[in-house]
Structure formats: structure tokens, C-alpha cells
Design a protein. Structure first.
Lengths: 178, 331
């Protein structure tokens, strides 16, 4: 029944097809690697990564968009994987914490988190790091106050915030050559 | 979460036809409310029509000084658009003070207008809630209602409207553009949000399948010196307990124009008409600000846990007006 609208316009009827609710074939590009999956449309990007691609670096904290542990990038923007349906990411570039390393070489932000002891239990850390790298790219890390504001979507129940800010400051200042 | 089917819309008429012809379906934009409520079993569509690839994300500066914001422009994009930052700082600020950086990248402007209330009883399918199940009762009346509304309430619902951005849009007299199978229509944003009255399940005047395509913001020179003040339990990533969007036009210390709207205290983004009427033509001083705030909050209906909101809202209004005057003095 959805084809009525498509027939009104230049859209090809096949592009308005109804998929699911059973498993459907979808192709996702994660960390530059294309993967073909068979998932129901209701599966979140977070579950697709963790349960179907064995990419468990992205963490499930609240699963309702309040903690930031599942922060990944879609087309270069930091978003919450728990509130994103995997099927909506077809044709997008997904980057997870596993995609930050160059071979065995840690990303400078990962090294800075280690050096500054920016974690205790570590559960929120992948999300913190994905958010922190995006933050520097977005250009909102001039002051500690600004860092705190623009990192507020990543909750750390161990309250490692001062060290997280130290790590971000270090990478920021190295980047700008200070 | 229940099983759902999925359709990716490729053009606006196709999207509108798909949802109009399939009453169990809904549009999916940023998903920040919808996916959450699907998982909680509060929303139960059998099919999502994904509109994210529709060409509705432009932010256009109009020659008359106004703006047209595409419904799929993301909160983060609108917040930093030069035309918004320069012409409507209250709108930029309201966006930046909402949610988190991640959610602002996801959430669309149209979706923000369509977001659901954060009332914990609405979000819990086990609780009585007239908005979720009409006629089942309102658990908040005798329950935990510290965050609930004190203006625009009814005996059937006291849920607070959660949007910050919509408060600025109400102050700016924005207009919502809508497309349906019968064509396009426009709805003033103040009329877009319905009071709960005895039909709290009806939150807006859209018919099933009608799609928000854009938000028009009319030119308003005094909005160049406007602000959005948000008061909340923690400094960031939290909903408002009280907020105010303000723009002032002054002439020799006399208020010649004023726009004022409140958030966090009402069942819809609240245009403060009583306060505006009190202020017009009067001196811009603390006494007038206090009188305006008192006039606006006079009809407030409070309950034990949210009684503090009346005074908090009055103080928020006074501080926002005082700050708006100071902003104007900076030139």
C-alpha cells in the first residue's frame, strides 16, 4: 500500500518497499569494513555492533539515551547507538572505538586517557573517548567549562571528570602545538 | 520492543501517502524520543517510515530578515547557523541548552516539536495515564510530580512540555509548515501545541500522515538581542525546572516591544501574554518585571511537590528581563 506515494513521483517503487518485521538483509559499513547482516528492523545499532558483529568496545549503559556509554560516530558525527536503529545506517559510515586505533597504535586520546588515569571502572570510557575526539573536531574545548558542557552527554559514575578533562586538554594542546 | 517493519521514504509525497494509508505506522526522524518509547512499549507502531533521507534539512535566510528551517535540520546545525545566531540568539541558546551534543546531532527540528512528555507515568505502561490510555486516570496528580506543570494543567494531565527550542519558537511567533495528502497548510506554533483539557492524548492538531516540512521564523529585529535562560537541577544535560525566552525593544527606558515565553512550568511552550501586556509601554525596571512575573503566574495551580515552581518561575522571568535590558546596554 506504500507504493501509492512512490508512483506519484520519480521515486522507484522498490525504494518504498516494506521490509521486515522479520530479519532483512542489510549492509553496514563499520570502521571502513562493509558487513552484510540479517537483522530485524527493530535492532539498534548498539545491539548490531555488540551482538552481531562482535564489536563489544561500544558499551550498553542505560539503553535509553541518557548515559552516553554507547557513543559512536555516524558519518563523522557523535551519536547514541542505543537510540539509532541499525537499518537506518545503511549507506552511512559508522565508526566505533575499535576504529580509532591505527593497527596496534592507540589513538592519542586513548593514550592520554591512560596517562591521565581518566577512568576507574572503565565502562563509560569508550563512549567518553569517542565523544572527546569528536569534541575536539567540533571545536568546543577552549576552556574547562566548555569541555564540561560539551562532554555532559557522557556520564561517569566513578566521577573521573577532572582526569577526563586533563586528557582532553593534553590532546587539544598537542594538536594546536601549545 | 515489539517487532516492526520499516520503509525508507525517498520523497515527501511518498512518505505522506505511506503513513496516511497505514494507520499503524509512524514517521521516524532522529528517533531520540521514538526509539526510546518503542523500547519502553509506550509507542506501538507496526511500521516506521524513515524520513531521514528526505531533502528537508536546509536552513534558509530570507531576504525579509526571517528564516525557513527545514524540518530535518538537526538541532546542532540550527544552533550554529549564522542566521540563527545573529538574528535569533534565543533560539540558538535554547537549542544548545537542550539535551547533549550527541542527541543534538540526532534530533531534528520537526521531531523536537513532536517529542513526547517526560512524565514518568506516561513512560511506564503499568501506570495510569490519560495521555497514553485515555480515561485510565492521571498517576501524577497524587504521585511524584516535582517536575510537573503549574500552568495550562487540567484534572486529566499535568505533564510538562519538555522542549526548550519550542519555547523560543513560541516567543518568536514561528509558523509550522505541514504537508498532507490534501496539500500543504501552515499552523502558528502557539496553536500547534494543544492544552490537555479533557483530551490529553491530543497534543497537536496534525492528522495521521501529516508531515512537518519546515518551520518559518518571521523577521523580528528586537530578537537580535534576545536570550534564553534555563534553570535546572544540574548545570547541563537536564530538563528545565523553569526557563524563559525574552526579547525586548526599549526606547528611553520604556518597553516598546516584548516577547516572553516560559518553559519547564507549563503543559505547552507557554507564551506569557499576561506578562507582555503588563510590560508594554511601562518603564523597564525591577518593579515592573516583578509585577509582570506575578501576573503571568497568578493562574498557577500548584501541588505539594511542585509548589516551589511558582516562585522559581517568577524569579526566572525577572532575571531574564533584567539580563535582556543589560544586553541592550552593551552597544
Amino acid at each position: 500500500m506504500a507504493d501509492k506515494g512512490a508512483s506519484l513521483s520519480v521515486a522507484k517503487p522498490s525504494t518504498m518497499e516494506i521490509r521486515g518485521p522479520d530479519g532483512v538483509r542489510m549492509e553496514l559499513v563499520v570502521n571502513g569494513v562493509s558487513r552484510v547482516l540479517h537483522l530485524e528492523p527493530r535492532v539498534s545499532l548498539l545491539d548490531a555492533l555488540r551482538e552481531h558483529m562482535a564489536l563489544t568496545g561500544t558499551k550498553k549503559g542505560c539503553d535509553q539515551g541518557t548515559c552516553g556509554a554507547c557513543t559512536v560516530w555516524v558519518d563523522g558525527r557523535r551519536v547514541l547507538a542505543c537510540l539509532t536503529l541499525a537499518i537506518t545506517c545503511e549507506g552511512r559510515d559508522v565508526t566505533t572505538i575499535e576504529g580509532l586505533t591505527e593497527g596496534d597504535e592507540l589513538h592519542p586520546m586513548q593514550r592520554a586517557f591512560l596517562e591521565h588515569d581518566a577512568l576507574q571502572c572503565g565502562y563509560c570510557t569508550p563512549g567518553q573517548i569517542m565523544s572527546a575526539v569528536a569534541l575536539l573536531n567540533e571545536g568546543h574545548a577552549e576552556t574547562d567549562r566548555e569541555i564540561a558542557e560539551w562532554m555532559s552527554g557522557n556520564i561517569c559514575r566513578c566521577a573521573a571528570y577532572p582526569h577526563i578533562r586533563s586528557a582532553i586538554r593534553e590532546v587539544r594542546d598537542r594538536k594546536t602545538g601549545q | 520492543m515489539r517487532a516492526i517493519s520499516y520503509t525508507r521514504a525517498t520523497d515527501v509525497p511518498g512518505a505522506v501517502a505511506a503513513v496516511t494509508n497505514d494507520p499503524g505506522s509512524s514517521f521516524l526522524a532522529g528517533g531520540t524520543t521514538e526509539v526510546d518509547l518503542l523500547r519502553l512499549d509506550v509507542l506501538r507502531p507496526n511500521r516506521l517510515v524513515d524520513i531521514n533521507r528526505l531533502p528537508l534539512a536546509d536552513i534558509e535566510d530570507r531576504a525579509d530578515g526571517g528564516l525557513v528551517i527545514g524540518a530535518l535540520a538537526r538541532m546542532s546545525e540550527v544552533a550554529q547557523a549564522p542566521g540563527v545566531v545573529e538574528r535569533y540568539p534565543m533560539l540558538s541558546q535554547s537549542l544548545l541548552l537542550g539535551a547533549s551534543a550527541q542527541l543534538r546531532h540526532m534530533a531534528s527540528m520537526g521531531g523536537n516539536l513532536m517529542q513526547r512528555v517526560r512524565c514518568s507515568y506516561y513512560r511506564d505502561p503499568e501506570s495510569a495515564c490519560n495521555k497514553r490510555v485515555p480515561g485510565s486516570g492521571c498517576s501524577a496528580l497524587e504521585g511524584v510530580h516535582r517536575g510537573h506543570a503549574i500552568l495550562g494543567t487540567s484534572e486529566h494531565c499535568i505533564a510538562t512540555h519538555p522542549s526548550d527550542m519550542a519555547v523560543a519558537l513560541v516567543a518568536l511567533d514561528a509558523v509550522v509548515q505541514v504537508e498532507g495528502v490534501k496539500g500543504t497548510r501552515t499552523i502558528p506554533v502557539d496553536d500547534f501545541f494543544l492544552l490537555p483539557d479533557d483530551t490529553p492524548e491530543r497534543e497537536h492538531p496534525l492528522t495521521p500522515g501529516e508531515l512537518i516540512t519546515a518551520i518559518e521564523v518571521p523577521p523580528l529585529p528586537m530578537a537580535r538581542r534576545s536570550l534564553y535562560l534555563k534553570v535546572r537541577d544540574r548545570e547541563s544535560y537536564e530538563f528545565a525546572l523553569a526557563s524563559a525566552a525574552v526579547a525586548l525593544a526599549l526606547e528611553d527606558g520604556v518597553i516598546r516591544g516584548v516577547r516572553l515565553a516560559l518553559g519547564g512550568v507549563a503543559t505547552k511552550p507557554w507564551r506569557a501574554h499576561r506578562a507582555e501586556e503588563t510590560l508594554l509601554g511601562q518603564p523597564a525596571d525591577e518593579d515592573m518585571f516583578a509585577r509582570a512575573a506575578a501576573a503571568e503566574l497568578a493562574p498557577a495551580v500548584t501541588r505539594p511537590m511542585n509548589a516551589f515552581k511558582a516562585e522559581l518561575a517568577r524569579r526566572t522571568v525577572v532575571r531574564a528581563l533584567r539580563t535582556a535590558v543589560a544586553l541592550r546596554g552593551e552597544t
